[in-house]
Design a protein around this ligand. Structure first.
Ligand code: 5GP
Length: 224
């Protein structure tokens, strides 16, 4: 079988979505997971308390501080950070496996995590920052979530200006005026980014195969 008739594989895309708490990133991320069969969530490890309705192993891997520190020491996290007094980190092994198999992953991580991944995995990474259309939207979403204590909501709102300041570190920015439009925008980014040249494995060999096929049929190209 010649090289050009083999299928061309690509590495998976690491799609990072960051935003201040309450900008609507989780809803965007859920809609993308529902609509695209080739993308899965990267499930983070956290030391934060489990919220009502959250499922261990699906929303997060809930962990003690001690177990988290062990993962850090053993180099099992691709990135990690302290956010609102708790630790959050991305397990390395599932990410490496997915990327190798051409499966895309969506990451709901903060700017500190995005920064670490930009330093360590630039070629696989696409980063999107989600902005709320108005500050009142942040507050409304945090309150309507009704999962957090008033004190936690206040802490998260107070942190928003600092988090917002990190938008220039991202590849793309979305203003979440409307969920459906934002979902379409992120899907467009994902579709385009999948075709980025550097993601294709064995591309040079694939193209050489095509050249050979043409030359076999139309020799003499080198004479001109
Ligand atoms: P929450 O407690 O609301 O689930 O998440 C709080 C913040 O932690 C969010 O901004 C979320 O993006 C961030 N976060 C969740 N998982 C990770 C992770 O694995 N690494 C980093 N750096 N941030 C994370």
């Amino acid at each position: 079988m010649s090289a050009a008739t083999e299928s061309l594989n690509r590495r998976g895309v690491m799609l990072v979505l960051s935003s201040p708490s309450g900008a609507g990133k989780t809803s965007i991320s859920k809609a993308i997971l529902d609509r695209d069969a080739n993308i899965a969530p990267s499930v983070s490890v956290t030391t934060r308390a489990q919220r009502p309705g959250e499922v261990d192993g699906e929303d997060y891997h809930f962990s003690s501080r001690e177990a988290f520190q062990n993962l850090v020491r053993q180099g099992q996290l691709l990135e990690y950070a302290e956010v609102f007094g708790n630790f959050y980190g991305t397990p390395r092994a599932p990410v490496e496996m997915a990327l190798k198999d051409g499966r895309d992953l969506i990451f709901d991580i903060d700017w500190q995590g995005a920064r670490q991944l930009t330093e360590n995995a630039r070629d696989d990474l696409v980063t999107v920052f989600v902005l709320p259309p108005h500050a009142s939207e942040l507050e409304r979403r945090l309150l309507s979530r009704a999962q957090d204590a008033a004190e936690t909501i206040e802490k998260r709102m107070a942190k928003a200006p600092d988090e917002l300041s990190h938008y220039p570190e991202y590849d793309y920015v979305i203003v979440n005026y409307d969920l459906e439009t934002s979902v379409q925008q992120v899907l467009s980014i994902l579709h385009a980014e999948r075709q980025r040249r550097q993601r294709f494995v064995g591309l040079a060999q694939f193209v050489r195969g095509l050249q050979e096929q043409v030359r076999t049929k139309y020799p003499g190209g080198e004479l001109q």
